[in-house]
Design a protein around this ligand. Structure first.
Ligand SMILES: NC(=O)C1=CN([C@@H]2O[C@H](COP(=O)(O)OP(=O)(O)OC[C@H]3O[C@@H](n4cnc5c(N)ncnc54)[C@H](O)[C@@H]3O)[C@@H](O)[C@H]2O)[C@@H](O)CC1
Ligand SMILES: Nc1ncnc2c1ncn2[C@@H]1O[C@H](COP(=O)(O)OP(=O)(O)O)[C@@H](O)[C@H]1O
Ligand SMILES: [K+]
Length: 505
């Protein structure tokens, strides 16, 4: 799915109105009816609801929804924010319709009015501001937002929590943004919803399809995408009838050191479960029996060192190389990595964990990275590779620049993992859950990406598909147990089901 800036969404709305064609007020009616469906599904029949209405079309949506709900629910109150200016035409028409219906108490809030009473058992429907917000909230709107946030009521935001911008919120006053429990957002998630600092505002968010024109969506260019089932399914290649292990790729994984052999085992399992033909895992001597006992499907390549990686094997037989999980950052290991990169290998690579930490200490290696390299930092590793940042938005911009400048696919891990590509595109992942915040889940991802690279997937496709499957496997694992108890090994165990589910979708 494409993701757009709010200014672009306004253009897509406009195109829909002109070319469907549909009148502004009818499109608003369609949007409001999706809200009403959701609310009626989730609220008790006697739920008291307080609607807050701003001057634009977001307020119009709220007024239309209040009218539709007033037929079904008795406890609806509407407060209109009086900023001393005209409401938008469609909001005004909806106000007239609500007045004519005459089932709902409508009040105004101006600078002199006391703040309305909101009980903690109420639902607040936030229609103050949507995608038309042009600057941070101050004065009366900020006061109303703070009053709602302090009420303890359940807050349902229409389209965007009022006060939140669709993209950059660095200049925003965080106290003057609605803290919603649920955001019912129209057609597309907004980019700011995918950044960690905005989670307290959006709560959980649900996309409401309002039927915006497919031609406008197709024509409007954007660097941002959301990897849904459809995107991932298209990337997944079928295995040929006459496939054999010799043409499904031979992967080399360089991982593990004294005390960290588990990382090598987990990444090996992830790799083998992603469909690769052959895997050789290169480990220090002490890791030999650990590897052979725990994962007999992998071949072992043994380092000359007992404790750590120091020297890669001949790279000729391998289709792709993965390096980093549990590697440690000792000097000898660093020298080993440097020698390997200086071989000017033209093999696709994935670099994770201590591989990234070594790269951060030796930024001159960046120019030695082969084409089709994937780096998989979590935010801490990315800060070491670049510099610390204030917020997720700044980190995202930095990731996009880093991928373009260095010609690498950068997988910035976290909830909604962002994959920044050398072509300037950025793909947010839709699968995964907080259960994955557990030791070793990143190692499993490295293995999956290595397996896909070795099978011939381009680095960008391997990253988008691999991250999606990794998250999906964790989601399937959590369905059977819980986020708390999720182990990284459960992700590998559910990868088979993830592939099968994706194929069936
Ligand atoms: N036809 C459409 O364009 C559709 C729009 N929809 C709704 O319309 C919303 C966008 O509507 P609008 O563009 O009218 O925008 P808003 O409803 O966000 O309101 C914008 C208004 O608020 C004022 N404003 C902006 N920032 C302010 C600030 N900091 N303090 C005080 N006033 C401020 C603006 O001057 C403008 O009058 C969407 O979020 C969605 O809810 C939906 O009804 C679907 C269809
Ligand atoms: N809250 C979350 N929601 C979704 N995915 C998450 C969450 N927390 C972590 N993950 C995923 O789990 C993995 C953790 O990787 P990493 O931090 O490298 O862990 P480790 O080093 O322990 O293997 C990443 O793929 C990340 O995207
Ligand atoms: K809103």
């Amino acid at each position: 799915m494409k993701l757009f800036a709010t200014s672009q969404i306004a253009g897509i709305d406009k195109y829909t109105i002109e070319h469907e064609p549909i009148s502004d007020i009818d499109l608003m009616e369609r949007a409001a009816s999706t809200l009403v469906d959701w609310i009626l599904h989730h609220a008790e029949p006697d739920q008291h609801m307080v609607f807050f209405v701003g001057p634009g079309n977001n307020g119009g949506d709220a007024l239309a929804a209040a009218r539709m709900l007033a037929w079904a629910l008795s406890g609806i109150e509407v407060y209109i924010l009086d900023l001393g200016k005209e409401m938008s035409d469609s909001a005004n028409s909806n106000l007239e319709r609500l007045q004519q219906q005459n089932r709902t108490r409508i009040s105004y809030i101006d600078a002199d009015s006391p703040m309305p009473e909101i009980k903690s058992t109420d639902w607040v429907i936030d229609g103050l501001f949507g995608s038309g917000l042009s600057r941070p909230l101050k004065g009366l709107p900020a006061k109303v937002v703070k009053h709602i946030n302090a009420s303890g009521a359940t807050v349902v935001a229409i389209d965007i929590p009022s006060g939140l911008m669709g993209e950059d919120n660095r200049e925003n006053d965080r106290d003057a943004i609605i803290r919603a429990d649920v955001t019912l957002t129209f057609q597309f998630p907004k980019i700011s919803f995918l950044l960690p600092e905005n989670d307290p505002f959006t709560g959980s968010w649900v996309v409401q399809d309002i039927g915006l024109h497919p031609d406008a969506i197709e024509k409007t260019e954007t660097p941002f995408f959301y990897t849904d089932h459809q995107v991932a399914r298209k990337l997944l290649k079928d295995r040929r009838t006459f496939a054999h292990k010799g043409n499904l790729g031979h992967a080399l994984l360089i991982a593990g050191s004294y005390g960290k052999m588990g990382a090598a085992v987990l990444a090996s399992r992830g790799c083998l479960r992603s469909g690769v033909g052959l895997l050789t895992t290169h480990v220090p001597r002490l890791g030999y029996s650990i590897l052979q006992n725990s994962i007999p499907e992998a071949m072992a390549s043994i380092d000359q060192s007992d404790l750590m990686f120091t020297q890669n094997p001949d790279l000729a037989p391998f289709n792709a190389i993965g390096i980093g999980p549990g590697l440690d950052t000792k000097c000898n290991t660093g020298r080993g990595v440097q020698r390997m990169l200086e071989e000017e290998l033209k093999k696709p690579m994935v670099i994770d964990a201590d591989g990234l930490n070594l790269l951060a200490r030796n930024p001159e290696w960046l120019k030695l990275l082969p084409p089709e390299t994937i780096l998989t930092p979590h935010p801490g590793e990315f800060a070491r590779l670049t510099h610390p940042v204030e917020c997720g938005y700044e980190r995202l911009q930095l990731a996009i620049d880093f991928a373009k400048d260095n010609g690498v696919v950068l997988v910035l891990k976290g909830a909604y993992t962002a994959i920044a590509c050398p072509d300037g595109t950025c793909w947010f992942n839709s699968t995964g859950n907080p259960g994955m915040a557990t030791a070793g889940s990143g190692d499993v991802l490295t293995g999956i990406l290595l397996g896909l690279l070795a099978q011939g997937y381009a680095a960008k496709d391997a990253a988008i598909l691999g991250v999606f499957l990794h998250g999906m496997a964790a989601d399937l694992a959590v369905e059977e147990s819980s986020q708390e108890a999720l182990l990284a090994g459960d992700i590998t165990q559910h990868l088979g089901l993830a592939f099968a589910t994706l194929k069936d979708s």
